[in-house]
Design a protein around this ligand. Structure first.
Ligand code: ATP
Ligand code: MG
Length: 935
């Protein structure tokens, strides 16, 4: 095992001898390569002999330990899903989980912290997705090593520690390092130049774009300073202007130190913060590459095993061809991102975070195709990532099987469409090329997106490889058009297309106020009446009508909850309402039948909701929320509602999950829901801004868009918190009882649970009990002994079946022996044509076999009847098949009995429905043989 070379060993030991009490100097740092550290460097940078020794785990550990020794609290990486920041798609920097500390909203016991934070930069403000594969240093998922000061040390401390750790701790030669500062940050300049000793020419000044950091439009912000490592001219672009900040790989930015010293006021003015903060970030993957003596992150120990497995799967070598290397890098990077995102509870979907994940997976699959990888392969790599990273991120191991299933499912889903989409794209690109055009039209990008599930950036990748670009504005236009069209044909209940007449009423501004959260009975004025889809002035007794009021307590079917039923009445009329549906905006349509009098536009009626039914629906609806909470608790956070139906009788809940739920788990889930019911927890409703709801971690429906203000239903202290427009019970005890009756698959990755509550549950339990009682009575046993008894019965039955089979076979053998005696010889040919006493074709076949064995030469025609059908069979011994054809004989005879048949020369079957003709058919067989043989 190679440890550090002498030079570093000396530096470290001198360093340890010079322990100073100042927090700016490390206490007891000792860096060694640790147990593994046997990376063989691909490239060695001159004067960098010490490299190639430290594995990434050790690098991470030493970083955290160094800052711990300097009074920092080691803080575990937060989830990739921001917990209290609805504005952020993913955690994209080490500071993100500390945002509230920087803003002064939150206080903690420490003022210094250090972490190795999981980050994803694949969407939102930071998006490096398109860089991945094309550079050696950009990832969608990476770990950011960071140290933070919340009003504690500032610029000098941050710079001093960063420099010391890099040069002394990790042993990077000072002469390889460059730094950049913000244009007018003379304070930083002074520290770098005078205190640290970085020469003037190696300190570059950059403007707002590169070196000024802001959290948002207002709030804490400040200049930053970046540290670069010169990897040598051999990897640079060679331009004279090449220096840190150049796009090429020579000057690698490894660490960014942010000095949060201002507060940006709403008027854009910068006021100094009383206690400035420090936030730094260094990519572990970049540092690992540097310390392991390789130019590319993909050659570091964090990636080599993933790349190696890809090489095995593809049968190709990495590092041999620039084009395929892009694929290797994309696959390695994206498999890490996918595994970590799924482990943090994100599922591929068509919106938000889930869509970013889907794009990442699909991009990797597409690049896999370039390497010739067919069929699901990516899950093998995510599995590898799980094994490699699990020691440091146990959440991966905990979700190992789940990650695998999600990946396989997503890969299978995309496989077919990828193939067809790529062929279409190739064809279109060939055509464009022949016309010397190199822009893929937006409409095509949209078609690929809409029909084949190609994210536009995937099309862009393909285009880029062939020197094409894509018309993204055109794509956006097509997308907007489709949205408008689908909105126009959007349906209130989510089921049907809106009839023209409702669209027209809606555009006239017809509106109906919903009062049903507060009351079940209210007066309303009849605004419109529809009969068979036409607007009418009135509806008479016995007629069906759809009625729109200016206000109504009727809940219209939406969010899976069934519409209300009830009555509309006044002194002269009575209408029964059988359903309520919702069309655009607030058009509540009551479907009913006039049972008395005449209803006319302008009438005032009292609208009364069927209270008992509404209450039953509420029980089922609140139960779906409890069920969702129980499912998430038992199966995991990946469970998300995928649909539901809540009626008065029963509820149905669809959710994302990949495997069948075992019966004991279902029992656990049912028990959890019932426990929550027994606790009689309060169910409260609150209207709040959408962002606030997300902050409180309210669950929103999959891929649903919500208004700025949302309605949040909370059960207990937050046992369940969901965005929901439905009607609920006021306390869980009202539900009474929850009875789960079935679980099954609806679509791939979507399961369905059906259950009953309240009286419905009791009725269902009673029904099931009564079945049990009947069965127990029939079997003359108690409920407790029922299973044993049934098992006995099944055993007995099987035994009897075997006996019956044996006896039947014996009988058939006997019958066939008797049949031999009925044989006739016609023109020298032995013919048997007889009815067999059986009712099924299988026995007929067996009988035919016996006869054929007995009869050395001859023609056998057998018939049987049962259940209004005739079965026919013909067998001919091999010596006669050149003269007779069983298929032909059966064909003719079947027609005779009113059916069809046919088969081979030696064996054929058929039949029909004319049972009375069986006898004649069998006689006809003799005629056919004698006629044919006489020829
Ligand atoms: P670059 O200019 O190289 O894209 P950046 O300026 O966007 O980097 P910062 O936001 O300053 O990076 O992040 C701090 C550090 O995190 C960087 O110095 C780098 O080491 C690392 N880093 C940033 N983005 C990535 C990425 N996409 N993949 C890997 N490491 C990254
Ligand atoms: Mg930067």
């Amino acid at each position: 095992m190679k440890i550090f070379n002498c030079r570093l060993a000396i530096v470290v030991s001198i360093f340890n001898l010079q322990l100073l009490p100042s927090p700016l100097h490390p206490v007891g740092i000792s860096i060694s390569s640790g147990e593994s550290g046997t990376i063989s460097p691909k490239f060695r940078i001159s004067n960098f002999e010490f490299r190639g020794t430290m594995n990434s785990r050790k690098i991470r550990e030493e970083f955290l330990q160094y800052f711990k020794d300097h009074g920092h609290e080691i803080v575990k990486s937060a989830s990739l899903v921001p917990q209290d920041d609805p504005t952020l798609l993913f955690i994209n920097a080490g500071m993100a989980p500390f945002k509230n500390l920087f803003l002064g909203i939150e206080k903690r016991a420490y003022t210094r912290a250090t972490s190795s934070q999981k980050c994803v930069r694949a969407g939102g403000k930071h998006n490096d997705l398109n860089e991945v594969g094309y550079t050696n240093r950009h990832h969608t998922f990476f770990e950011m090593l960071g140290n933070f000061s919340f009003g504690d040390y500032f610029k000098e401390g941050a710079i001093d520690m960063a420099w010391e750790l890099l040069t002394v701790g990790y042993g990077i030669p000072e002469e390889k390092l460059w730094v950049s500062i913000y244009t007018d940050d003379d304070e930083a300049y002074k520290i770098w130049n005078e205190t640290i000793g970085v020469p003037h020419e190696k300190i570059l000044r950059f403007g707002d774009e590169d070196n000024f950091w802001s959290m948002g439009d207002t709030g804490p912000c400040g200049p930053c300073s970046e540290i670069y490592i010169d990897q040598g001219a051999e990897v640079g672009c060679g331009k004279l202007t090449c220096k840190p900040g150049c796009d090429c790989e020579r000057y690698l930015e490894i660490w960014n130190l942010v000095f949060t010293q201002y507060n940006r006021e709403p008027n854009d003015e910068l006021t100094p913060l009383p206690k400035p903060n420090i936030d730094t970030g260094m990519g572990l993957e970049r540092l690992a590459a540097v310390l392991q003596g390789v130019y590319s992150n993909y050659d570091s120990d964090l990636f080599v095993d993933i790349v190696k497995l890809t090489e095995e799967l593809a049968g190709l070598r990495y590092g041999k061809d620039t084009k395929s290397d892009i694929s290797f890098k994309v696959i390695a990077d994206h498999s890490r991102a996918a595994a970590f995102l799924i482990a943090d509870g994100i599922m591929p979907s068509n919106d938000g975070r889930g869509y970013v994940l889907r794009r990442i997976i699909r991009r990797a699959i597409r690049y896999g195709q370039v390497l010739g990888l067919k069929g699901p392969f990516l899950h093998r790599l995510t599995d590898k990532v799980v094994d490699l990273m699990n020691p440091d991120y146990p959440e991966l191991g905990q979700s190992k099987r789940f990650i695998d299933e999600v990946m396989i499912n997503e890969e299978q889903r995309f496989a077919d469409t990828l193939f067809h989409g790529l062929s279409l794209l190739k064809e279109e690109m060939d055509q464009l090329r022949s016309k010397e055009q190199h822009i893929i039209p937006g409409s095509l990008v949209f078609r690929l997106y809409d029909t084949f599930g190609f994210p536009p950036d995937l099309v862009e990748d393909i285009a880029r490889d062939d020197d094409f670009s894509i018309d993204i504005e055109g794509f956006d236009r097509s997308m907007a058009e489709q949205r408008a069209t689908s909105q126009r044909s959007w349906k209130g209940s989510g089921q049907e297309v809106i009839p023209e007449v409702y669209r027209m009423l809606d555009s006239r501004g017809l509106d109906c106020r919903f009062l049903g959260y507060e009351t079940l009975r209210a007066e309303g004025k009849v605004l419109s009446i529809l009969k068979d889809g036409d607007l009418v002035d009135s509806g008479c007794e016995g007629e069906r009508a759809e009625i729109i009021l200016d206000q109504s307590p009727f809940y219209s079917e939406s969010g899976g909850q069934a519409g209300d039923t009830g009555w509309m009445r006044n002194d002269t009329l009575s209408i029964t309402i059988v359903d309520t549906i919702k069309y655009p905006t607030n058009l509540i349509v009551h479907k009913g039948e006039v049972v008395e009098g005449v209803v006319s536009v302008g009438d005032t009626v009292e609208a009364v909701v069927d209270e008992k039914r509404r209450k039953s629906i509420a029980k089922n609806h609140t139960a779906t929320h409890l069920l969702q909470a129980a499912l998430r608790e038992t199966l995991g956070e990946h469970v998300k509602q995928a649909g539901s139906h809540v009626g008065p009788e029963r509820m149905r809940f669809d959710f994302t999950h990949f495997a069948q739920i075992p019966p004991e788990r279902l029992k656990e889930i049912e028990t959890l829901v019932n426990l929550s019911i027994q606790e009689n927890l309060p169910v409260t409703t609150a209207i709040m801004p959408r962002d606030e709801a997300f902050k409180q971690q309210a669950i929103a429906l999959f891929e649903e868009r919500y208004d700025d203000d949302v309605r949040v239903i909370t059960i207990g202290d937050g046992l369940s918190r969901e965005l929901c427009g439905g009607t609920h019970v006021t306390a869980t005890g009202d539900i009474g009882v929850f009875f789960l009756v079935s679980e099954g698959a609806v679509a791939s990755g979507v399961r369905r649970i059906e259950a009953f509550t309240g009286q419905g549950a009791i009725r269902e339990i009673q029904k099931k009990m009564s079945h049990l009682n009947t069965i127990s009575g029939l079997l003359k046993t108690t409920h407790d002994d029922l299973v044993t008894k049934v098992e006995h019965f099944i055993g007995d039955q099987k035994e009897k079946d075997r006996e019956i089979e044996l006896l039947t076979s014996k009988l058939l053998q006997k019958q066939s022996e008797d049949l031999i005696d009925t044989a006739k010889v016609l023109n020298g040919i032995t013919v048997i044509s007889q009815e067999v006493a059986t009712t099924n074709p299988k026995d007929l076949r067996e009988c035919g076999d016996h006869l054929k064995d007995k009869l050395k030469s001859g023609i056998i025609v057998l018939g049987a009847k049962g259940n209004g059908k005739v079965f026919l069979l013909c067998r001919i011994t091999p010596d006669l098949t050149d003269r007779f054809n069983a298929g032909e004989i059966i064909k003719d005879l079947s027609v005779f009995v009113g059916g069809k048949g046919g088969g081979r020369k030696d064996m054929a079957e058929g039949g029909g429905t004319k049972v009375s003709e069986l006898k004649n058919a069998l006689l006809k067989a003799f005629d056919m043989v004698s006629e044919h043989s006489a020829r």
